[in-house]
Each structure stands twice: as structure tokens, then as C-alpha cells.
Design a binder for this molecule. Structure first.
Ligand code: SAM
Ligand code: DTB
Ligand code: SF4
Length: 327
């Protein structure tokens, strides 16, 4: 047997490795489910408080009309999804939403814009939003598409804590999902964010019709970044009418749990977010995701354009599981 996936093997004890191979990651996916969960929970407890969940609230500050053709996305102008293009939201409205999120218990406020990349004049307005949200005592995160290095530096100067930019899938499957920008473009933006000293939030989507090998390739890329992203969102595809992926078969929930567990083991110090897809997920599946090492969720009734569980339902689930919000 390879020493790679033996439970408790020295290679699994290692922290923050950036030299994960696909073979090692495949071996983790191939573990018996209970062994994988045990290992993931063991790693989790070495690095994180066992019963804490970080709560982030999302707001779409600029919705729809996006020139990119991401096959999963309701906001792409290429597909008729019923999401209308809107203008950038005014500052006062953003701050009112942030205050509501804070009062409901969120610790981070994440603002998303359906742009390929921000125009400099729009970036100035986003910087004002970051400053305002921070002054409410919340952590800030934005996701605005591709960034140049000076743009990343500007966001840093405004006080930005996290930038979300997902690799979405494996390098091999990527071309079947997006044609308007490359994997290399994504990696370049991540470098600019890192170089500016902003925390990186980077993960992907599963359930897009990819193979397990693609899930392996996605985790391998994330876990092989020179520094692991501080935050790793794992999204279950939300199948939206009008997008090319609406007809894709649903991914087995246990395979989703496995993906979370492998992310936890390979990126031990990262916060792994059980992201999109919870509205259609049972409490039992979500509990298994927490057992597999997820320790963050999106909190609030809406993601960007699609539904998320209501806050009182999430509070009830957390109470049932004895989970407490990370302060
Ligand atoms: N336009 C920016 C970009 O793509 O980087 C920021 C917003 S974009 C909506 C942020 C992320 O949301 C995407 O990278 C993708 O991972 C996720 N996402 C979008 N639509 C989704 C869906 N239907 N199901 C699951 N995740 C989705
Ligand atoms: C991430 O990984 N998931 C969030 C956030 N980062 C920006 C977005 C999920 C979007 C789901 C589809 C929608 O609501 O439009
Ligand atoms: Fe645009 Fe982002 Fe949606 Fe792609 S994921 S279509 S870049 S909003």
C-alpha cells in the first residue's frame, strides 16, 4: 500500500504542503468514506476549533449582464435566465444591507459584481463600499472578476480583507465551462491579489458534469498554489434555468462530502466554505459536510441571485448540531 493515504501517515500530518500530487489526492478520494471522514475530522481538530462556523453574508452589488460565458452562471448575458442587468448599487443601500447582515450575526460581508473585470471608476466606488462596510466592524470580501496588480493594491489600500476568485474546476474541464477567459487568467489575478497582501478566497464548483478526475484536478491545483487560499469555497452547482448546465445530473451528495473532506485534508489551515447549493441540501448532508471539515457558510436568504436557506433555519440547524458562529 502506498504510504500516501495511510491513516495517520506522516504525509498527512504535514501542514500546508504545496506539493500535492494528483495521485495522492486520488488516493484520498478513494479512501473508504468513514476513513476519509475520520482523517478529515482529525486534521480539522488539529487546526480549527471543532464546533465553530464562520458566517459570511453575500450581496450582489452589480447584477447581471456579464459579458463572460460561464456555463453555470445566471448572470451571464449569453443566456436567458430571467436575471436582468442592473447598475452598480448605491453606497447607502450597500451599507444598509451590511448593517442588517451584521445585526443578524454575520462576521464578513461579501460583495459580488457581474463583471469580467472592474473599470477604474467603478473600482473607486467599490473602495468606498469597502471602507464603509469595514467601519461597521465587518470583515470585507469582494469578487469583481479579473484584476490588474494596481487594482488589487487599490483594494488593499481601501482595507479589503479577502478577494474571491474561483478556479471553478480542473484545468482540463475548464474549457467546457468557460471560453471567454483562460485558467491562466484566473491564476494571474490570484497572483495579483496575493502580491497586494489581500487574503485569497478561492475554490470551485462541483456537480457541473465533471468527472471525479476533474474534482481531483481542481483540489490539486488549489492545494498546489504557493500559499493555500485562506478561504476555500466549495460550491454545489445551483442549476439555473436558461444556463447550459440546467440539465446536468445532480451530483451524489456523498461525493460532495468527499470533496469537502479532501479539501480539508490537503489545505488543513484554510477555512473551507460549504457554499452554494445548501438550499437544496438536507440537514444530514450539511452535517456530514461539517464533519468532513467545512467551517464556513453563506448566511442569509440569498446568495447572489439564487436562494439560500433562511437565517432562522440555519440558526436552528446550528443549534441542533451545537455549532456556534466564529466571532
Ligand atoms: N464575476 C466575478 C467572477 O466570476 O469572478 C464574480 C462573481 S461570480 C458569480 C462568483 C462565483 O460564483 C463564480 O466563480 C462561481 O464559482 C460561483 N457561481 C456562480 N454561479 C453559480 C452557480 N449557479 N452555482 C454555484 N456556484 C456559482
Ligand atoms: C462563491 O464561491 N460562491 C458565491 C461567492 N463565491 C461569490 C456565489 C454563489 C453564486 C450562486 C449563484 C447565484 O446566486 O447567482
Ligand atoms: Fe460573469 Fe462571474 Fe457569472 Fe462568469 S461567474 S458570467 S464572470 S458573473
Amino acid at each position: 500500500m502506498s504510504d500516501v493515504h495511510e491513516i495517520g501517515s506522516p504525509s498527512l500530518e504535514a501542514e500546508g504542503r504545496s506539493d500535492w500530487t494528483r495521485d495522492e489526492i486520488r488516493a484520498l478520494f478513494d479512501l473508504p468514506f468513514l476513513d476519509l471522514l475520520f482523517e478529515a475530522q482529525t486534521v480539522h481538530r488539529r487546526h480549527h476549533p471543532p464546533n465553530e462556523v464562520q458566517l459570511s453574508t453575500l450581496l450582489s452589488i452589480k447584477t447581471g449582464g456579464c459579458p463572460e460565458d460561464c456555463a453555470y452562471c445566471p448572470q451571464s448575458a449569453h443566456y436567458d435566465t430571467g436575471v436582468d442587468a442592473e447598475k452598480l448599487m448605491p453606497l447607502d443601500k450597500v451599507l444598509a444591507e451590511a448593517r442588517t447582515a451584521r445585526d443578524a450575526g454575520a462576521s464578513r460581508f461579501c460583495m459580488g459584481a457581474a463583471w469580467r473585470s472592474p473599470k477604474d471608476r467603478d473600482l473607486d466606488r467599490v473602495c468606498a463600499m469597502i471602507e464603509g462596510v469595514k467601519s461597521l466592524g465587518l470583515e470585507t470580501c469582494v469578487t469583481l472578476g479579473m484584476l490588474t496588480e494596481p487594482q488589487a493594491q487599490k483594494l488593499k489600500a481601501a482595507g479589503l480583507d479577502y478577494y474571491n476568485h474561483n478556479l471553478d474546476t480542473s484545468p482540463d474541464f475548464y474549457g467546457q465551462i468557460i471560453s471567454t477567459r483562460t485558467y491562466e487568467d484566473r491564476l494571474e489575478t490570484l497572483e495579483h491579489v496575493r502580491a497586494a497582501g489581500i487574503h485569497v478566497c478561492c475554490g470551485g464548483i462541483v456537480g457541473m458534469g465533471e468527472s471525479r478526475e476533474d474534482r481531483i484536478g481542481m483540489i490539486a491545483t488549489l492545494a498546489s498554489l504557493p500559499e493555500h487560499p485562506e478561504s476555500v469555497p466549495i460550491n454545489m452547482l445551483v442549476r439555473v434555468g436558461g444556463t447550459p448546465l440546467v440539465q446536468v445530473d445532480a451530483l451524489d451528495a456523498l461525493e460532495f462530502v468527499r470533496t469537502i473532506g479532501v479539501a480539508r485534508i490537503t489545505m488543513p489551515a484554510s477555512v473551507v466554505r460549504l457554499s452554494a447549493g445548501r438550499a437544496e441540501m438536507s440537514e444530514e448532508t450539511q452535517a456530514l459536510c461539517f464533519l468532513a471539515g467545512a467551517n464556513s457558510i453563506f448566511y442569509g436568504p440569498k446568495l447572489l441571485t439564487t436562494p439560500n436557506p433562511a437565517q432562522d433555519r440555519d440558526r436552528a440547524l446550528m443549534d441542533k448540531l451545537g455549532l456556534v458562529p466564529r466571532l
